[in-house]
Write a protein that binds this ligand. Structure first.
Ligand code: NAI
Length: 328
């Protein structure tokens, strides 16, 4: 039998946590033969609700679930963690400036980064879901100098999956026919979903679509603003699809992408495609044996270049803002 993997989830009592924990415990995160031990990290006000969720996890009698611990202490929460899903964050409230938002999140992600640095397992993999995800990942990474920088990633997989679905709808294809789509940049309204290298049943997606106006005025804004559209329709944020994307992100990171395809992850830039080194930006990546590689050699046309640059510019501004606040 395999040794259990320790998975820590922050914000475990929240909406995404509720949609996420059951799928981790049922084997969708790591594999149907990998036992897991869950750590739920919450703030004191969230502990009671987390206990309720843990009661339900017990009641599922998941064969793979080998234990649940609940804590409000990051040092205990990340002790021995192999995978950390940082979901809990401070949302933007009315009238809040970006500086205030970044500072409030710095108060969460800096101590969590330090606790990961001091207590997590050597093979720790971190996915930041809580927004602003890319910059929160940067803050946590900066607080964890002993952990290899590339272990800190940010979630753009929900954007990737949304783009797949919109493209399938437009072309009448199945999502399973679409390969090599890319989200570039920040998980924000400036993100750039790129179909110029995507393939639909082996044909170039941009040529199949052959409608640049649809790309610019429909596809890109629909993907980028999908979160707001869900809130408008559902009266609540997109928790289940976000949880699903977190599962996909870690699953592919650990288990590898399919031959002839890639996925999108927010990862520390190595300078590829003109993205300044160190920014946590979304790239096309392939994964194998628990490591990822940026897909190299893609030709970037002017349409794409302008949009990638704009999103990367926003990331650079967020980095400069958290640097000025002393958070990195
Ligand atoms: P929620 O408000 O339902 O839950 C957040 C939970 O985090 C709460 O239970 C809260 O007590 C907890 N929390 C707050 N500070 C914490 C801390 N320091 N340590 C541990 N727990 C803490 O929010 P929801 O809907 O679950 O969303 C969580 C985050 O995910 C939000 O920041 C949201 O913007 C983000 N998100 C990101 C997406 C992406 O694609 N990257 C997609 C959808 C949501």
């Amino acid at each position: 039998t395999r040794t259990p993997v320790n998975v820590t989830v922050t914000g475990a009592a929240g909406q995404i946590g509720y949609a996420l924990l059951f799928r981790i415990a049922s084997g969708h995160l790591l594999g149907a033969d990998v036992p897991v031990r869950l750590r739920l990290l919450e703030i004191p006000q969230g502990l009671k609700a987390a206990e309720g969720t843990a009661m339900e996890l017990d009641d599922c009698a998941f064969p793979l679930l080998q234990g649940i611990e609940i804590t409000d202490d990051p040092n205990a929460g990340f002790d021995g963690a192999n995978v950390a899903l940082l979901v809990g964050a401070r949302p933007r409230t009315k009238g809040m400036e970006r500086g205030d938002l970044l500072e409030a999140n710095g108060g969460i992600f800096k101590p969590q980064g330090k606790a990961i640095n001091d207590h997590a397992a050597d093979d720790i993999k971190v996915l930041v879901v809580g927004n602003p995800a890319n910059t929160n990942a940067l803050i946590a990474q900066a607080a964890a100098p002993d952990v290899p920088a590339e272990r800190f990633t940010a979630m753009t997989r929900l954007d990737h999956n949304r783009a797949l679905s919109q493209l399938a709808k437009k072309t009448g294809a199945q999502v399973s026919d679409i390969k090599k789509l890319t989200i570039w940049g920040n998980h924000s309204a400036t993100q750039y979903p790129d179909i110029f290298h995507a393939e639909i049943a082996g044909k170039n997606a941009a040529e199949v679509v052959s409608d640049e106006q649809w790309l610019a005025d429909d596809f890109i804004p629909t993907v980028a603003k999908r979160g707001a559209a869900i809130i408008e329709a559902r009266g609540a944020s997109s928790a289940a699809s976000a949880a699903n994307a977190a599962i996909d992100h870690v699953h592919d990171w650990v288990n590898g992408t399919a031959e002839g395809d890639w996925t999108s992850m927010g990862i520390p830039s190595d300078g590829s495609y003109g993205v300044p080194e160190g920014l946590i930006s979304s790239f096309p990546v392939t994964t194998e044996n628990g490591t990822y590689k940026i897909v190299q050699g893609l030709e970037i046309n002017d349409f794409s270049r302008a949009r990638i640059d704009a999103s990367v510019q926003e990331l650079a501004e967020e980095r400069d803002a958290v640097r000025a606040l002393g958070l990195i």
